[in-house]
Design a protein around this ligand. Structure first.
Ligand code: ADP
Ligand code: LRH
Length: 451
């Protein structure tokens, strides 16, 4: 038995994974909300104390698993002082402190993309670190969230490489911290701990080994994609939609940079060549305002008329937490479209807009990777949204294979099983959606907002 701690930006869970005849099954031991909180006086933080306590409570229900692995969302970190104590809060990547920082770094380091291959996202760790006062970095060690939780379990320090690749400080070719970036930006070398590979034993918690899995949740999710062919793409769909393909080597070309594609490190030296799209965040934020359950709303959205309005999910106005329905209404007004008249119509607008963004990004991925896409594997919580799966098939003209839902936890268990010498493979997709609506209507919807 293996315990997988999987921390998503909307919920965290501790799962127990068992492998029987090569097949993994998961039992959910605990699930808890993780979402960021506004701190009095300003600033968005994660409540890492509560996350740690919930993880410990979940692990207590796990008995004595062979091993424990931890994965979470990327880029966010805590700073340990010289006594090994967390100094200050763990800020959320949606905190506005990073506004304008990326432009400053580009001026000093124009070759950043050529070194790291990492998509320009304003919240990458490199930009967050630039906002720290130098005295907060001196004598401190940066631990990404799964490494921080692992440190609290084992007392050992390290940086798992798949998640380290999201920082914007790792060289995509050597898969080591980039000395050029660290020295040019003046970060102390002691800030970055030694790298760890997925599958390494990193310490012990009670009587269980703690194994460094693919600790970036998206790396774990992609490790669990049951690829139907080498030319299949994936969408890891939860708070974000991570849309791309798996490659053997990074693509660091000016074209890839212009398309803002990222080359994150995956297991076994693979590269996750993908682009972030805003994802189900838009829907979650609407639900938070409306305070209603999702399933009946999705049923109503299935019956709502198509293309009431369309939005660009990556519009910066949707990034911060807040009144999402009002922001979507404002976007529609700005682009000369009627406001979706009902909640169901609003949900349909969000899902059609996500499907369009998925299709657009997949077209770019195919162009940059130099091959057509046979199937789209849609994994993560979004795989439960059959309307989104069907719309994605329709908008792209490519069949969507849905599932697994708990892809990150499964990828987490896969790496642990392998480290223990147990053969395991991901479960197959549980549903498939064939494209069945003309793509012309999608193009005219996209044309409305110039996409
Ligand atoms: P994260 O790891 O980013 O927290 P998940 O992969 O857990 O995200 O996916 C969470 C999303 O899954 C929710 O935001 C919701 O939109 C979707 N989801 C969860 N349950 C259902 C359901 N019953 N039907 C449709 N969608 C669902
Ligand atoms: C998804 C994810 C994604 C990152 C974002 C910060 O949970 O890890 O891959 O870009 O969160």
């Amino acid at each position: 038995m293996f315990a997988a701690v999987d921390l998503g930006a909307s919920s965290g869970r501790v799962m127990l994974g068992t492998v029987d005849g090569g097949e993994i099954s998961l039992t959910e031991l605990t699930r808890f909300a993780t979402g960021p909180r506004e701190r009095p006086g300003g600033g968005l933080r994660w409540d890492v104390g509560q996350i740690r306590d919930s993880v410990l409570a979940g692990l207590r229900l796990a008995g004595t698993p062979v091993s424990i692995g931890i994965d979470s969302w990327a880029v966010d970190y805590g700073l340990l002082d010289s006594t090994g104590t967390l100094d200050g809060d763990v800020r959320c990547y949606r905190d506005p402190r990073v506004d304008g920082v990326a432009e400053r770094v580009s001026a000093v380091l124009p070759e950043l993309y050529a070194i790291t291959g990492i998509q320009h996202l304003p919240f990458n760790t490199i930009y967050q670190l630039m906002t720290e006062p130098p005295e907060r970095l001196a004598g401190h060690t940066m631990l990404l969230l799964p490494d921080l939780i692992g440190y609290w379990l084992t007392g050992t320090i390290g940086a798992e490489v798949t998640n380290a690749s999201t920082t914007g400080l790792l060289d995509a070719t050597t898969r080591k911290w980039s000395p050029a970036i660290v020295s040019r930006l003046g970060f102390p070398e002691s800030l970055l701990p030694a790298l760890r590979q997925p599958g390494e034993h990193v310490g012990t918690f009670e009587s269980s080994s703690v194994v460094s899995v693919a600790s970036h949740d998206t790396a774990s999710a992609v490790a669990a994609v049951p690829f139907a062919s080498p030319r299949s793409a994936y969408i890891s769909c939860g708070t974000w939609s991570l849309v791309g393909v798996q490659l053997d080597a990074p693509v660091l070309t000016p074209d890839a940079r212009a398309a803002n594609f990222t080359n994150e490190s995956g297991v076994d030296g693979s590269v996750r060549f993908l682009r972030n799209t805003m994802g189900l965040w838009l829907l979650n934020e609407c639900l938070r305002v409306w305070d209603v359950p999702l399933p009946p709303l999705l049923a109503a959205a299935t019956r709502a008329p198509a293309f009431a309005a369309v939005v660009d999910p990556d519009d910066p106005s949707f990034f911060a937490p807040g009144d999402m329905p009002a922001r979507i209404a404002a976007y529609c007004a700005r682009t000369g479209q009627p406001e979706p008249p009902t909640r169901a119509a609003m949900v349909r607008t969000i899902l059609e807009s996500l499907a369009l963004a998925h299709a657009r990004t997949l077209r770019t991925a195919a162009r940059l990777a130099g091959h057509d896409i046979d199937f789209i594997h849609l994994v993560g919580g979004g795989a439960r949204n059959s309307l989104l799966c069907q719309l994605t098939a329709d908008a792209s003209g490519i069949a969507v294979l849905a599932g697994p839902v708990e892809a990150s936890a499964l990828g987490n268990v896969l790496v642990q099983a392998r480290a223990a010498g147990v053969h395991a493979s991901p479960p197959p997709a549980f549903a498939s959606y064939q494209p069945c609506r003309s793509r012309t209507s999608w193009q005219s919807a996209a044309d409305r907002i110039g996409l």
